[in-house]
Design a protein around this ligand. Structure first.
Ligand code: IPE
Ligand code: IPE
Ligand code: MG
Length: 257
């Protein structure tokens, strides 16, 4: 159980990171699996398989560092546009990952959770998701949140419908709707907003990811593809984050906390 071998603060210092300046919540757009494979003359699917290994490595590293939450963009609501064989492969890979990582997730005291629409996902994938959520619900370590069939606009539509239904039932006055009402109605209700948004493979866009929640997240983009993302690159992102001055619209808020 590597994650508990070290005190997280001692470990962070040992790799040159200031434990007081780590983000509480990192969100990652794991992009570039296909390009990584294509560059090596391999089928795109090999990129996805190798990307699953990076998920394992980065999750473990976040545990070692004692971070609060890691939210990973696994499948967007727009990714269904891809050829059926790729979608089928991604579903099979997801199921395999959920099963294969179960014991490791438990051993690392990870609380597993998901965001996204359930409709459209195969029943056998949903069953494995539900089992991981159930088994880890009382864990107190890293919250590992997988965004699966996730789209931020779809999330906002679902939240608005839920809020409108409460108004309709007479439980909520329209005037009483505030930012907390909306935050609470999103799939991420109750979770802290991401402090740091990482995107691999160089694209300078957010691709419908956590649009509400990343309002004041620090952005960090690397040209490296997701299958080559490792602990050292994560440390680079964290070191950069620690140097940022987060102002939240104010003045002299001081370094990132
Ligand atoms: C990210 O890699 C994984 C998913 C979106 C499922 P891509 O499959 O988007 O890889 P590129 O962007 O085509 O290289
Ligand atoms: C974003 O990557 C979605 C995931 C990483 C799951 P995409 O590859 O789908 O994003 P675009 O199409 O380049 O914007
Ligand atoms: Mg992509």
């Amino acid at each position: 159980m590597t994650s508990t071998m070290h005190d997280p603060r001692t470990y962070a210092s040992s790799v040159g990171l200031d434990p007081a300046r780590l983000p509480r919540h990192i969100a990652i757009i794991m992009d570039g699996n296909g390009r990584w494979a294509e560059r090596q003359g391999k089928p795109r699917m090999e990129g996805h398989a190798r990307g699953a290994h990076s998920v394992d490595v980065i999750t473990e590293e976040c545990c070692r560092l004692g971070l609060g939450q890691l939210t990973l963009y696994c499948l967007s609501s727009e990714n269904w546009k891809r050829p059926k064989p790729e979608i089928d492969f991604l579903m099979a890979l997801l199921k395999e990952y959920l099963l294969a990582e179960r014991q490791k997730i438990l051993d690392q005291n990870i609380r597993f959770t998901v965001i996204g629409r359930r409709a459209g996902l195969p029943a056998e994938v949903l069953a494995e998701i539900d089992e991981n959520v159930r088994l880890t619900q009382h864990n107190t370590g890293l919250t590992l949140c997988l965004a699966i069939n996730y789209g931020s606009r779809a999330e906002i539509v679902d939240a608005v419908q839920a809020i409108a239904a409460r108004v309709n039932r007479g439980e909520l006055e329209p005037d009483a709707i505030d930012e907390a009402t909306i935050s609470g109605a999103l799939y991420t209700g109750g979770m802290p907003d991401p402090d740091l948004l990482v995107r691999t493979a160089g694209e300078m866009r957010v691709s419908n990811y956590l649009l509400w929640q990343i309002s004041y997240a620090e952005l960090w983009v690397t040209p490296k593809f997701w299958p080559e993302f490792d602990a050292a690159l994560l440390h680079d992102a964290l070191r950069d984050y620690a140097r940022r001055e987060r102002r939240f619209g104010g003045l002299n808020a001081g370094p990132a906390t």
